[in-house]
Design a protein around this ligand. Structure first.
Ligand SMILES: [Cu+2]
Length: 336
């Protein structure tokens, strides 16, 4: 039922929603914007310097092994150097210089990346990390989604994304490797993160700080889409939930069950904020933060017992009968 075959498989599914869902490799070695490129530059520099030091040290060890090994029958001590000022100066000053250069490069990078004000024209979204899913709050635009961040793209102009990061429970870390650096998401603290996308496509990321047993199932999907597609998505998300009379029974059941204490369906009495907003559940390709595809069967299995699919997750089995699950899910499936 669930079983993803590969990362590629997941990406193909999450990018299925938009026609320009070109599959992006979630790799920091394939940056799609300035912040990620800066991180990669610093990475190469550090790897280069540290690699060179490693080579020198290994070469000296190899030399010593070859030259200074004990010769059977010959117990003379090899020649030693004592109290050489030039040598002692060299091995004090050179490492200091190296550390200084590494420090300056990193500090400059952090200074450039950690912006306290949004770049001109950036789209601003508040991200809330939950065990084990992400909430995206578009503020004045009146949209709250789970797992999927949509941003507009204007041909030829990179999209700046400025995130405000908060946590509802424990420490998480928000990381979309192609779009920018990692940033911790910490309870009672507000962090900011600047991301940039210089091409349309679907970019994926993950929670990058261990936050509990379903830490590995906290997929982040960033859909960078042409502005007209974004506007279409946005205006659909802004609408209250669809009310389809043919599923009135399921709707009643849903609203009578404690689902509404945790979930919001805008336009109904369901206004819980503990769990993903379900107002436009069917606009998402995956449920449970990417743990399974959002299909007819998976949705039913999820509502029947989410603990089978995502053990330890914060949604309990609601102990509905199979018939009730069907009714509720018939209703959920109208929430386009
Ligand atoms: Cu997490």
């Amino acid at each position: 039922m669930n079983g993803w075959n590969s990362l590629r498989d997941i990406i193909a599914v999450v990018s299925g929603a938009n026609s320009h869902g070109s599959i992006q490799r979630p790799s920091m070695f394939d940056p799609a914007g300035e912040p990620a490129a800066l991180v990669l530059d610093i990475t190469w520099l550090l790897v280069g310097i540290c690699g060179a030091i490693g080579v020198v040290v290994l070469a000296i060890i190899a030399f010593s092994l070859a030259r200074c090994r004990a010769i059977p029958g010959d117990d003379r001590e090899p020649a030693q150097v004592y109290g050489s000022n030039p040598i002692e100066l060299a091995w004090t000053v050179i490492p200091l210089l190296i550390v200084f250069v590494l420090f300056m490069v990193s500090a400059r990078g952090i200074f450039e990346l950690e912006r306290t004000t949004p770049p001109e024209g950036a789209i601003e979204v508040t991200v809330v990390g939950h065990r084990w899913w992400w909430e995206f709050d578009y503020g004045d635009l009146g949209v709250i989604t789970a797992g999927e961040l949509h941003v507009p793209y204007d041909e030829g102009k990179p999209t700046d994304i400025y995130l405000t990061l908060e946590s509802a429970d424990v420490a998480h870390s928000f990381w979309v490797p192609q779009l920018g650096p990692k940033m911790d998401v910490i309870p009672d603290r507000i962090n900011h993160l600047w991301l940039q996308a210089n091409r349309p496509g679907t970019f994926v990321g993950q929670c990058a700080e261990y936050c509990g047993n379903q830490h590995a199932n906290m997929l982040i999907t960033v859909v960078v889409e042409p502005r007209k597609d974004f506007e279409k998505w946005l205006s659909n998300q802004q609408r209250p939930a669809v009310e389809d009379p043919s599923v009135a029974e399921g709707r009643r059941l849903f609203l009578r069950t404690s689902c509404i204490n945790c979930h919001t369906v805008r336009g109904t009495v369901a206004n819980g904020t503990f769990a993903p907003d379900l107002t436009h559940l069917m606009s998402r390709n995956v449920i449970g933060s990417g743990v399974v595809r959002n299909t007819h069967d998976n949705l039913r299995e999820w509502v029947w017992d989410p603990q089978n699919i995502k053990p330890g997750c914060e949604m309990p089995s609601m102990k509905l009968t199979r018939e009730e699950v069907d009714l509720v899910c018939d209703y959920l499936e109208t929430l386009k």
